[in-house]
Design a protein around this ligand. Sequence first.
Ligand code: AMP
Ligand code: MG
Length: 477
Amino acid sequence: MSVAAGVLMEFDDSYARDLPSLSLPWTAAPAPEPELLVLNEVLAEELGVDPNALAEPAGIALLVGRVPEGVSAVAQVYAGHQFGTYVPRLGDGRALLLGEVLDRRGQRRDLHLKGSGRTPFARGGDGKAAVGPMLREYLMGEAMHALGIPTTRALAVVATGEQVVRETMLPGAVLARVAASHLRVGTFQYAAATGNPELLRALADYAIARHHPAAAEAQNRYLEFYRRVIDVQAALVARWMLVGFVHGVMNTDNTTISGETIDYGPCAFMDSYDPATVFSSIDHGGRYAYGNQPPITQWNLARLGETLLPLIDENTDAAIEAATEAVNGFIQRYEGHWMTGMAAKLGLADPDPQLITDLLALLHAQRVDFTQFFRALARGTARDLFVDREAFDAWARRREALLPADREAVAAGMDRVNPVYVPRNHRVEEALTAATGGDLTPLRRLLDVLAHPYDERPGLESYAEPGSGPYVTYCGT
Ligand code: AMP
Ligand code: MG
């Protein structure tokens, strides 16, 4: 059943319909003076929506949650471990699911708002969002997408015309984002905690149908589903690691069932290689440090496994054994994705684990910029990035011995997987500060640079440079 939503787009509501106890119908707060700041025209086209129509007052009204008659937005409920502590009820405190859109390829995509006002899950929050963090989510999602990494994507950011209270007064905004779905590990935690086995089964069946339909063919569909979530998450975190992305808030409510990156808060890209890299001001223990991301993903997946036990086998011991074996397989899956990716970054046909380990030790010891290194390696100029150049030379000779004969092809292949441009922290700050002050020019330029991360373009040299000094991100979203 599809619900007509005027001429702009048609929404379905399969989530709200199939799992009514996992959301609440809710209405967005009014935006006094909505102003469209950025619109993702390519994504709009992908959704089969005319971008010009979205930029009209009726389109902008939709983008801040004024839904047409017959459409009911909902706030989704979920639980989650936040920095390791279980919170039984989180949910969309300031977000709403407008509905699902079938895109041009027939894929079901959620259209979701963030910053659209308090909901019954708001706890102490004001339900609002500021322009800066919403544009950050837009920017980082687009950068990740252009890098080829699965991610939710922003469709638009609309300033509300309202001021929001943070440490200072800031212009408010609503982000409209598109996701394969908003099913999270935390959604399963919430469903499992209700103690209603039928709800949990309905959620798992919904997730299987939407994201992992092949699991339905397996003898034990829930175990197979679990394995498939483990695999997409192993692939995802490997991709993060290969580009130096630090998510910053890997709580179980920010870990998707689809395998998309979600909820860009205090995330940032690492400059010089260091597994202990942390940007978020609140991550004191380094729980979500760059190098901890694979084990944390596995930890989050273990929490998912716990919720699935009653579905996997009615015999608890057997269920635990099967789920444990599946989650223990994460490391091998992750290593496989990571090693293959590293081999490609280095221009090698096959991974050489010792060569890779030794390289990382060198990069770390000599504080070499992670992104610049791989491009320079393809150019033959990587040596210049090291203080102790003999140490690099010795490593480079070992790599040389393993390279395929056609060196031009090797370099071209490396350039296809090693970005020149990632969202450099000082550039992101500069763009967001200007945008908060009303000047969107630096943001637009940065979006353009990051849309083609693998193509070196003259005049953009400074976008490939790391900033100076330590960088701190704040959760004050
Ligand atoms: P996030 O950091 O965006 O993943 O959000 C974590 C949780 O806090 C979610 O349940 C959000 O809905 C909620 N939350 C974050 N900021 C606010 C806010 N300003 N008002 C209400 N809820 C919020
Ligand atoms: Mg979240």
